[in-house]
Design a protein. Structure first.
Length: 383
């Protein structure tokens, strides 16, 4: 079993030309990044008020193709804010996938709502349209007010938050059609998929709204950082208000008309994000070259490398392959990490975590299989 692990380690080290520790995904900075940050510092506007915040928002909105973008301190705060702006309230339900990072479900719970889990597709690792459609067919109905209700719990199913896993696009157009039929708001969790395309269109531009993350391990970073994307003026206005402590506009008075949150991105972080966005296309090109090298490496191997799904062009945020079973997965993970090449499994599925294990769910056949077989391998931009 260690024969393959040694072979993988040697390949990764040769590819990255490094003999010391190789992380899963490290940020890349240059002098231009530092110059923009210094410029923000020199301006003295280093907090939430500053020119780079709007520049960064406009830049990302233009790239993805949405009317509005609102910068936040991280992806979790972005999702929390857009859920609130989408009228997700206490005891509502939000459909999502169990194969996601815990922040997705945490943001739902911040609203007092409950996650409902449907299965994912092995072909995309994102939400399965078939699983979503089957769940809604069995459990959902539209009430007299046109709201989608769960027949088992009586709660309103207010929104659906599918995730583009590891940067690979899911079948978001079909999911959108299903949500529209049931009057459910579609919010794309595009935290990992900036730069990925589905049917020639950017992920994050299909739903009524979407979120991005600019955490240190994402394809571009501003240290932390997140973004709400939307074409809805009402959502943009609401998100911008509640993420700025719900403060009324006034020349000097501090008046707040609801419970708000201090979620806005500081200017100093936005300056770094603004600089990083200028290199995104270069990063995407570089990461596709890396993915091609991995594809060639796995070509004559029994392990299967995960390639971008049909109709999509992935940013290949995390490259990954499938082990034979969980026992082999754990052996590979133990050996590679012990020898200085960072690898990781998928996140523990949400339905297996103590705070979410009582949530309603469909069959988790694909979710469980992917969790037990997938191994993520070093994927950082290799300049």
């Amino acid at each position: 079993m260690n024969v393959f692990s040694k072979k993988l380690i040697n390949f990764v080290r040769a590819t990255y030309k490094k003999s010391d520790f190789i992380p899963l995904h490290a940020p890349v900075f240059n002098k231009k990044d530092k110059d923009y940050v210094v410029d923000a510092i020199d301006s003295t506007f280093v907090s939430t008020v500053g020119a780079y915040v709007k520049k960064f928002e406009d830049q990302v909105a233009s790239y993805v193709g949405t009317r509005y973008a609102i910068a936040t301190v991280n992806g979790t705060s972005a999702l929390h804010a857009v859920l609130m702006a989408s009228n997700v309230e206490r005891n509502d339900e939000v459909i999502t996938q169990s194969l996601t990072f815990v922040a997705t479900c945490n943001a739902i719970k911040y609203c007092g709502a409950n996650p409902v889990f449907v299965d994912v597709s092995r072909e995309t690792m994102g939400m399965s349209p078939d699983s979503l459609k089957e769940f809604l067919h069995i459990y959902a109905e539209l009430d007299d007010d046109g709201l989608c209700r769960n027949k088992e719990t009586g709660s309103i199913i207010r929104a659906c938050v599918p995730m583009h896993c590891l940067g690979h696009a899911m079948e978001v157009d079909t999911i959108k059609e299903i949500c529209t039929a049931y009057n459910i708001k579609l919010i794309e969790d595009s935290a990992e998929s900036l730069g990925s395309l589905y049917k020639g269109k950017n992920t994050g531009s299909y739903g009524e709204s979407a979120i991005l993350s600019f955490n240190g391990n994402k394809i571009i970073t501003c240290g932390g950082g997140g973004m709400v994307l939307t074409n809805s003026k009402s959502i943009e206005k609401k998100v911008r208000h509640i993420t700025t402590t719900a403060k009324d506009t006034h020349d000097w008075e501090f008046s707040h008309n609801e419970v708000g949150y201090n979620y806005r991105l500081p200017n100093i972080n936005a300056a770094l994000g603004f600089s990083q966005m200028q290199k995104l296309d270069d990063y995407l090109y570089n990461k596709r070259i890396l993915a091609e090298k991995y594809k060639d490496f796995f070509l004559d191997d029994e392990h299967i490398f995960f390639v971008e799904p049909e109709n999509s062009k992935s940013n290949y945020w995390f490259n990954a392959f499938f082990s034979k079973d969980k026992k082999e997965r754990d052996s590979i993970l133990a050996y590679t990490n012990k020898h200085g090449v960072m690898t990781r499994p998928f996140w523990t599925p949400m339905h297996n975590l103590p705070m979410y294990n009582l949530c309603q769910k469909t069959s988790m056949e694909n979710t469980n299989w992917l969790y037990e077989h997938l191994v993520c391998i070093p994927s950082g931009v290799n300049l």
